[in-house]
Every structure is written in structure tokens, then in C-alpha cells.
Write a protein that binds this ligand. Structure first.
Ligand code: KMH
Ligand code: ZN
Length: 274
């Protein structure tokens, strides 16, 4: 099995300090959170930008400040910027971050309900538009799939040559409106992607560590972080992103799965540092 790539989704767009005080907003908080996660074993930081008051933004200038602050503390870590942003943002607003020429970004592969009245919109034309932009700029993308239909869309797009970099999936399971994160869901998705693809699993809320363990056992990769889950165990708020990463590292030890450094992660994902 490949070494384990741990991605840490340090902040997201929905969770706030009211949910957990450790959610980072400022550049200093983001850099500290990323550094802690990196020291604990994360090789990829999945990054959303927020203003100092926590408001989500895709503004390229704000992203640049955050990326620079993180790279100052951990220069070799892979920063995967979100092109999902927050519910309600326009296509071009979400893509503003690409002007920073990031090493990696997300490509969201379908629309879904996102709790309450929210809909996270990713039409077929949106996905094409995002993929074409990233292909043109040479940005590596991770395909975020919240249910099986999203994987089917990627397979059609691969056949058409629209999706064409190393095939790396992220199964984001447990969103209210997407697929749940039971073992059968994980096995179904894992068996539905192309043979040459790699995958990572992000379990939302209570699914975070059960899915991490399943993915570790089956040779997949793992994403954890405050964007996805604010608890270290049932009813106990986590102190930090680093603590969540540390828990994954201890699960990996149980299965003798070594942890990938950022450079090793680049190799596994067929990326070269630009
Ligand atoms: N905040 C969600 C609406 C991504 O990062 O690409 C979208 C999201 C996906 O988090
Ligand atoms: Zn995200």
C-alpha cells in the first residue's frame, strides 16, 4: 500500500468559532493551525479563506496572504485551495483564487442539498468550466464527490477528455443532502472509480474517524479537520486541527500504514512541485 496522505481541512466556510473556538480565521490562526496539522502528519492543507471576522471569501488577495503565511511556517506543505468556497458564491467568484496559481485545488463534481435551504450548486457546465480553467493553468485538482452520481459525471468527463490530470478523488460523506458515510457507502464509491485512480475520504461529523479507519485499511487516503468535524470523540470538542490529525496517525499505526511527507504525497499523486 502507498504511504498514507493526510489532508487537513483546517477551517471550511460553514463552521464558526461559536461551534468550536479553535476554528481559525486570521492569517496567524490559519498559519498556526496549518503548521500544527503539518507537524502532526498532514501533507496537504485544504484551504478556505476567511476574513478576520470569519466571513468566507474567495478573494485572491486574501488567499495570497493566507498561503504566504502558511508557507512561511511550512514551506513544503501542499496547499489545496477550495474552489467550492461557500454556498451562494458565483462561478467566477469561486475561481478568483486560481489567479494565485495554486499547486492544487478542489473540483466539485455535482450539485447537492447542503442542509436547510442551502444548495451547493455545481452544474455540468460549472464543472466543465472549472476543469477547463484548471487544465489551462496547470492546476492539479482533487475531485470532490458527495455521492455516486458525482463519480459517474467524472467518468463521462474523463471519456470526453475534460478531466485529464492524475485521477484523485475525495469522497465527502455525511453532508445533509449527500450520501451517508456507512461502510457500504464507502465500499460502493471506492469500487466505482477508475482502477488507476487514488482516493481520499472525508467523513463529516460522526463519520470522520470511522471512515478514516476504513480508508486506511483499504489503502485509501484520509482528510480530517475542523471544516468536517469539531469533536475529537463523542461530545468532546477537539482542541485543534493537529489533534484530529494526531488521531488519524494513531489509527494508521494500528494498521502499520506509514505517513507520507508532502514530497511523498506529490509522488503518489503524480504531481511535481512547480
Ligand atoms: N463549503 C462548501 C459549500 C470545496 O472545498 O471544494 C463547499 C466545499 C467544497 O467546501
Ligand atoms: Zn472545503
Amino acid at each position: 500500500m502507498d504511504k498514507l496522505i493526510i489532508t487537513c481541512a483546517i477551517t471550511g466556510a460553514e463552521v464558526t468559532k461559536e461551534h468550536n473556538e479553535a476554528v481559525p480565521y486570521t492569517a496567524l490562526e490559519m498559519a498556526d493551525a496549518a503548521y500544527g496539522a503539518y507537524k502532526a502528519g498532514a501533507s496537504i492543507i485544504h484551504l478556505h479563506a476567511r476574513m478576520d471576522d470569519g466571513t468566507p471569501t474567495q478573494d485572491k488577495e486574501r488567499f495570497k496572504i493566507l498561503i504566504d503565511a502558511i508557507h512561511k511556517k511550512c514551506p513544503d506543505v501542499i496547499i489545496q485551495v477550495s474552489t467550492g468556497g461557500a454556498v451562494g458564491m458565483t462561478r467566477d467568484e469561486r475561481l478568483d483564487v486560481l489567479k494565485n496559481n495554486p499547486e492544487m485545488a478542489t473540483l466539485d463534481c455535482g450539485t447537492l442539498n447542503f442542509g436547510g435551504d442551502d444548495i451547493f450548486v455545481n452544474t455540468e457546465n460549472d464543472i466543465k468550466y472549472f476543469a477547463n480553467k484548471m487544465n489551462d493553468l496547470g492546476v492539479r485538482y482533487e475531485m470532490e464527490c458527495f455521492e455516486k452520481g458525482h463519480i459517474d459525471t467524472t467518468i463521462r468527463f474523463i471519456k470526453k477528455g475534460i478531466i485529464k490530470n492524475h485521477l484523485h478523488y475525495s469522497f465527502v460523506l455525511g453532508v445533509r443532502g449527500g450520501m451517508t458515510g456507512e461502510e457500504r457507502d464507502f465500499l460502493f464509491l471506492k469500487d466505482s472509480i477508475p482502477e488507476n485512480a487514488t482516493y481520499s475520504v472525508a467523513g463529516i461529523g460522526r463519520y470522520e474517524f470511522t471512515l478514516a479507519e476504513l480508508s486506511i485499511k483499504h489503502g485509501g487516503h484520509v482528510r480530517v479537520g475542523l471544516e468536517d468535524n469539531i469533536f475529537i470523540e463523542k461530545g468532546v470538542l477537539t482542541k485543534s486541527n493537529a489533534e484530529l490529525v494526531g488521531k488519524v496517525v494513531s489509527i494508521a499505526k494500528k494498521y502499520n500504514r506509514e505517513i507520507a511527507s508532502p514530497q511523498e504525497a506529490r509522488k503518489i499523486l503524480g504531481m511535481e512541485k512547480q
